[in-house]
Design a protein around this ligand. Structure first.
Ligand code: IPM
Ligand code: MG
Length: 369
């Protein structure tokens, strides 16, 4: 029996509600299995930790995570702490510290979910956005000088390396190759950003030669927003820089019905370090502590975690159960126009997992008899 060591980091806001819900669901899926289980370790890092210790996580925090098989993360963000401190002090510290350079964001319109697009059938929107997660606009390169003076200056330099661009484009082509349509759209802005994005385009062409069976095209990021709305079925796998994909993935999640559903994997594809799985939504202070958060984004992230761990059957089973739950409007949380609570949705998922396990056992018993 394999035991996966999982770090849970709820972080701030509704992260403290959805991560325990995700842990319950992972425990329920493990209870059905006689080949794997989980050992969870919880880390109370985030805004409260910052108030006590002056940092979002301990200086040697990465060492505490290093030997885990995966990390389940909630969100980082606190109304009383500047956003760039909460972001750089925790989530980016882990993503960049563990070189989780591939951020993967699948988007689909799940059963029972009513997306905002009038002319879009559910099967027309089935995308995976691959976000460069280690450099680009989030490289942290830049600075400020002459602070407080009229000549004050500030720069944020988007830094792209050939190695960084090659590895993310290769990852995206490889992912596109595993999907039925083998179709990749490379997002660019090389008309205006005439250095790094031109190199990005050149490298896309170069890497494409390694994948002759993948059809691919290029789209400017602004035009991509219109294409996502007007011609969603023309897209499948999408790869973009850190900031471009950040923006496109919020649009994608909204077009699929709610930010509350969308999952993310921050992957180190080389598996030198643990990868991190998290819902894409933020800390949502407006509803935190009320038990109203949609846990589906975390559950879908747990599916991605199971896939990463190689537990494909369990991943498929959990996804099927999630889709049975979203199909039932009485189990929709407020973001989907319903009134279900986090606990009700979590209970429903756990109950289905338990009953399917019982059903499986019964069937085996009958066969044996
Ligand atoms: C995301 C989020 C973060 C980002 C925020 C919380 C800084 O929007 O994961 O997409 O921009 O990377
Ligand atoms: Mg974002």
């Amino acid at each position: 029996m394999k035991t996966y060591r999982i770090a849970t980091i709820p972080g701030d806001g509704i992260g403290k509600e959805v991560v325990p819900a995700g842990q319950r669901v992972l425990e329920a899926i493990a209870a059905r299995s006689n080949t794997f289980g989980f050992a969870f370790e919880n880390f109370d890092w985030g805004g409260d930790y910052y108030r006590q210790h002056g940092a979002m996580m301990p200086a040697d925090g990465l060492d505490a995570l290093r030997d885990k098989d995966a990390i389940l993360f909630g969100s980082a963000g606190d109304p009383h702490i500047p956003d760039h401190i909460t972001l750089w002090g925790l989530r980016l510290k882990i993503c960049q510290g563990f070189d989780q350079y591939a951020n993967v964001r699948p988007t689909r319109i799940l059963p029972g979910i009513d997306g905002p697009l009038k002319r879009c059938a559910p099967q027309d929107l089935d995308w995976v956005i691959v976000r460069e997660n280690s450099e680009g606009e989030y490289a942290g390169v830049g600075g400020r000088a002459h602070q407080g003076h009229p000549i004050e200056v500030a720069t944020d330099v988007s830094m792209m390396t050939r190695a960084g661009v090659e590895r993310i484009l290769r990852f995206a082509f490889r992912l596109a190759q595993t999907r039925p349509r083998k179709l990749l759209t490379v997002i660019t802005k090389s008309n205006a950003q005439r250095h790094a994005m031109v190199m990005w385009d050149e490298i896309a062409l170069q890497i494409s030669q390694e994948f002759p069976d993948v059809r691919w095209d290029k789209e400017l990021v602004d035009a991509a927003t219109a294409r996502m709305v007007n011609r969603p079925a023309t897209l499948d796998t999408i790869v973009a820089t850190n900031l471009h994909a950040d923006i496109l993935s919020d649009l994608a999640a909204a077009l699929a019905g709610s930010l509350g559903i969308a999952p993310t994997a921050n992957l180190d594809p080389e598996r030198r370090y643990p990868s991190m799985f998290e819902p894409i939504h933020g800390s949502a202070f407006d509803i935190m502590g009320k038990g109203l958060a949609n846990p589906v984004g975390t559950f879908w992230s747990a599916v991605m975690m199971l896939e990463h761990l190689g537990e494909d059957a369990a991943a498929r089973q959990l996804m099927a159960v999630i889709e049975r739950v979203t199909a039932d409007p009485s189990l929709h949380t407020g973001d989907l126009g319903g009134s279900a609570t986090t606990a009700q949705v979590t209970d429903a998922v756990c109950a289905l997992l338990a009953s399917e396990a019982a059903g499986g056992t019964a069937a085996t018993d009958v066969k044996a008899a």
